[in-house]
Write a protein that binds this ligand. Structure first.
Ligand SMILES: [Cu+2]
Length: 359
């Protein structure tokens, strides 16, 4: 089996394998890139500092338009790896598969501009079995579906968020991605948002779901240290009660809450992997020694090995095609650096989906 991997770095154009929230999808129709979506100030790079002001709306300034959505309706929040670029052949679209972690959605009144204790969590997808929210996110091609609560008509900010935990066993290495969309809720909903949490402020660098080792078997990123994963931040609001937005002591959700519906809508639409999944998995496994010399992360035993590709059309060459196998890549590297260095570099590179400036 030949696994073609696009090593865009070798072609000199590898973008960091991150992601941004870019558009709304309403009734299956994409509303257009940046329409009613605040464009981040720092491209698709992650936030590493939980105290950064960008934790609120990723440094984005107010967009010109606001999108009308019906209270109680389900809308889609579309993310992509790169902004404005073609997604074709991008194995890190919508995000590098290594970037495992939760996918969360918050909402706040628009007049707050995201400042103060205003953010109310309306959905989260953490870890279910061995499936992370980001795994479902990739299966859904970067589309985060969320049900808008039966909110009173008015303008709100909606803030989807991804936390990538692939290096989060070290403090300050969890990667935070968020973005803000501007919506005007219509209809006759009556729920008013409870008080919420602040960004920055809601998360600590040492929260069990932030300082978290996802490798080495069972994940134990919980307050008690038991198996599982505690999604950072408050409890999910049930969409009705008025005093429980800030987390502790929230009322138990009834079986008819938007929470339940929303969780179901986050489930993968299909268990069949996308066509690019095998290549993505090979190119972006969740391990990272290589450049990560400071990491104390326990690595899983299984890893794609360069030698597994031997025999699939290798041969020394001095130039590299746009697509090539690992063995072809090693052969090419050998012509540049010698065998030992080539194998080491190739193996390290294969474990990574993005360059060292933002791991
Ligand atoms: Cu990254």
């Amino acid at each position: 089996m030949k696994t073609a991997i696009v090593f865009a770095l070798a072609a000199g154009k590898l973008a960091a394998a991150h992601a941004t929230f870019q558009s709304f999808v309403i009734d299956g129709k994409d509303q257009g890139q940046h329409t009613a979506v605040r464009t981040p100030s720092n491209a698709n790079n992650p936030i590493l500092d939980v105290t950064s002001s960008s934790m609120s709306c990723n440094g984005g300034t107010k967009a010109a338009d606001t999108l009308e959505v019906a209270a109680g309706s389900e809308i889609g929040l579309q993310w992509h790896h790169n902004d404005g670029a073609s997604t074709t052949g991008d194995n890190d679209e919508p995000i590098a598969a290594s970037h495992k972690g939760p996918v969360i959605v918050y909402i706040a009144p628009a007049e707050s501009n995201g400042e103060g204790d205003v953010w109310v969590k309306i959905q989260q997808d953490g870890l279910t079995g061995t499936t992370w929210g980001v795994d479902n996110f990739i299966t859904n091609k970067g589309l985060v579906n969320v049900k808008i609560p039966e909110l009173a008509a008015g303008e709100y900010l909606i803030r989807p968020e991804i936390i990538a935990l692939h290096e989060a066993s070290a403090q300050g290495k969890a990667q935070f991605y968020n973005g803000c969309g501007q919506i005007k809720v219509t209809g006759s909903g009556s729920a008013s948002l409870p008080s919420g949490v602040a960004f920055p402020g809601a998360y600590s660098a040492t929260d069990p779901g932030v300082l978290c080792n996802i490798y080495g078997g069972e994940v134990k990123c919980t307050a008690s240290g038991s198996a599982g994963y505690d999604v950072p931040g408050p409890e999910v609001w049930d969409g009705a009660s008025s005093g429980s937005g800030s987390g502790s002591g929230s009322a138990p959700a009834s079986s008819a809450t938007p929470t339940t519906t929303a969780a179901a809508s986050l489930a993968p639409v299909s268990s069949a992997p996308a066509a690019t999944s095998s290549a993505t998995a090979a190119a972006a496994p969740t391990i990272g020694s290589g450049y990560d010399t400071g990491s104390s992360t326990t690595q899983p035993a299984a890893q794609p090995t360069a030698t597994a590709e031997t025999g699939s059309g290798s041969g020394s060459r001095s130039t590299l095609p746009e697509q090539f196998t690992i063995s072809e890549f090693i052969s090419w590297l050998e012509t540049k650096t010698g065998s030992a260095n080539a194998k080491r570099f190739a193996a390290a590179f294969a474990r990574r989906a993005h360059p060292r400036d933002f791991a």
